[in-house]
Design a protein around this ligand. Structure first.
Ligand code: D5M
Ligand code: FE
Ligand code: ZN
Length: 500
């Protein structure tokens, strides 16, 4: 740390106290970060102090951005494009928020999930009638006969109340479905009795947030009977029209280092990106949604399926492929479950890729991240939780990942189910709540390309560049690798480009 400071001071740069505190909290090569910032500022002859933003940009590889434009918006300098309309912003990146020394306190995490989800529900008018679970139980206990004697302002007996909470358990019984809902004041069993509600309950996943209207009448049953299920959900919306014919290329799951990595097809894709093709000329952005390398020790006997057993060599090989992406395209790259770093969500940026190649045109960011491309909001998530959603919701399958991705949007959470296959870290803030309504929701992980739409959001699963593995063969999963999805940011129309 002190060497880094001396370096900055000797070059005539001050470090802002906030930036100093921020640097101390980081678990990475501080000297290298400072040197990158100082060198960039020197190059642009800027003498301003080093701020937190400079550090964040240096980590994500966008050191020139703060220097170009303090609002953090990058104006593409490609003279062939309509430069006023070409720009990107990183709206959310968990990398700097992740606390590696968290104290395993899941109470804070779930409290954050509850609060953030309640805020999302607050746009619904019914949310004003939400009562705390303890209050609802007290009301019920007070009434001895028939409906409750709690009256509304007009003196009429209240027939139903609203509650909001996380689903603690779900039990299919003979004629109904019982849910146990939890808020900070307690938990309550509630029951779906009608056919429609029972059907709706089949797509509910554990630990997701819900608002429920429940009947207070005891006439027919002693249970708290659900009258309506209200999901946090995304609203019907129209994506902003950027007015340009710019494209974003969406890919994921390269698995460099695996013997199944489709090196030839991926190189064909890279050559195409450097070609003079009419479409390629319009590609301004490339998004890569994780599983860049195959990693080491990710699953039992993986070594038998690797061509490269050394993690650094896998990374260096991936970096030398990725540096072939033309510099005029800006690349956003997030990690997946095969990449180095912690497995639990959210994951920090794979910045060590840059140790092997400069990758100047890359924003290397965490999983999940939200970026804005020409005003179009794009949510990038590797997709680990799709395994859990597909395994628990009846009727879903690996061949149709879009349906599972819709469930994530409806629950406004990227990984609602806790304690199954997707590890979630006990952060004090739940960064997996989908706070911003995305115009494009991009994930990978299941190795199956599919595109769909939900309430104005374009949903894309971008497949893979890895042939069917032995595991997938035994599971009967036939992936659709070697395909890139292109999206026109002007109208959100998409199409596939197949490299097989
Ligand atoms: O995951 C690729 C897909 O294959 C994903 O849907 C999970 C599934 N998969 C892969 N390996 C396993 C094991 N060992 N158990 C269960 N499911 C698996 P990827 O992240 O590329 O490995
Ligand atoms: Fe993968
Ligand atoms: Zn994966």
């Amino acid at each position: 740390m002190s060497i880094a400071l001396i370096y900055a001071i000797n070059k005539g740069y001050q470090v802002h106290p906030d930036a100093f505190a921020f640097l101390k909290s980081l678990d990475c090569d501080v000297e290298k970060i400072i040197k990158t910032i100082v060198d960039a500022k020197n190059k642009f002859k800027k003498k301003s102090p080093i701020l937190i933003e400079d550090i964040k940009n240096a980590i994500s590889g966008d050191v020139n951005r703060t220097i170009d434009d303090p609002t953090l918006t990058n104006m593409n300098s490609n003279p062939k494009s309509d430069s006023n309309l070409e720009n990107y912003k990183i709206i959310f990146d968990p990398t700097y928020k992740i606390n590696s020394e968290n104290d395993k306190d899941f109470v804070k995490l779930f409290d954050s999930r509850y609060r953030k989800s309640l805020k999302i529900l607050s746009i619904r008018s019914e949310s004003r009638q939400i009562r705390k679970i303890k209050q609802i139980k007290d009301l019920r206990n007070k009434s001895r006969y028939g409906s409750l004697d709690n009256d509304n302002e007009k003196g009429k007996a209240v027939e139903s109340v609203f509650l909001a909470g996380l689903i603690m358990s779900k039990r299919n019984r003979k004629n109904d479905v019982e849910l146990v809902i939890d808020d900070a004041t307690g938990s309550i069993p509630v029951v779906c009795k009608t056919r429609d509600l029972i059907k709706e309950a089949s797509s509910l996943v554990l630990d997701q947030m819900l608002m429920l209207e429940i009947s207070l009448s005891k006439r027919n049953s002693n249970d708290f009977v659900i009258k309506d299920i209200i999901f946090p959900d995304i609203p019907e919306h129209v994506a902003p029209k950027s007015g340009t014919e710019s494209y974003v290329a969406l890919i994921s799951d390269l698995h460099v280092g695996s013997k199944y990595f489709m090196e030839k097809e991926f190189n064909d894709f890279l050559s195409w990106l450097s070609s003079d093709d009419e479409i390629v000329r319009r590609i301004k952005y490339v998004c890569i949604a994780g599983d860049i390398v195959d990693g080491i020790g990710i699953y039992p006997n993986q070594d038998k399926e690797l061509v490269e057993m050394n993690m650094n060599k896998q990374l260096s090989c991936a970096a030398s492929l990725l540096q072939k992406i033309p510099k005029r395209m800006h690349v956003f790259l997030i990690p997946g479950n095969h990449d180095p770093g912690r497995r639990a969500l959210p994951q920090t940026a794979l910045t060590n890729l840059r140790d092997f190649q400069p990758l100047e045109n890359f924003s290397i960011i965490g999983n999940p991240s939200v970026v804005e491309l020409n005003k179009v909001k794009l949510l990038m998530f590797h997709g680990q939780s799709l395994d859990d959603v597909i395994a628990t919701v009846p009727g879903l399958s690996y061949s149709k990942p879009v349906e599972a991705m819709k469930i994530l949007l409806k629950s406004r959470h990227l990984s609602p189910i806790y304690g199954n296959r997707t590890p979630i870290a006990p952060e004090s803030e739940d960064m997996l709540v989908i706070e911003d309504v995305p115009d494009i929701f991009h994930a990978g992980h299941v190795h199956m390309t599919e595109v769909g739409r939900y309430k104005g959001t374009l949903i894309v699963n971008s497949g893979a560049w890895q042939r069917q593995t032995r595991f997938q063969q035994t599971m009967g999963i036939t992936p659709t690798p070697g395909i890139c999805i292109l999206v026109n940011l002007g109208n959100l129309q998409s199409f596939k480009k197949d490299f097989n």
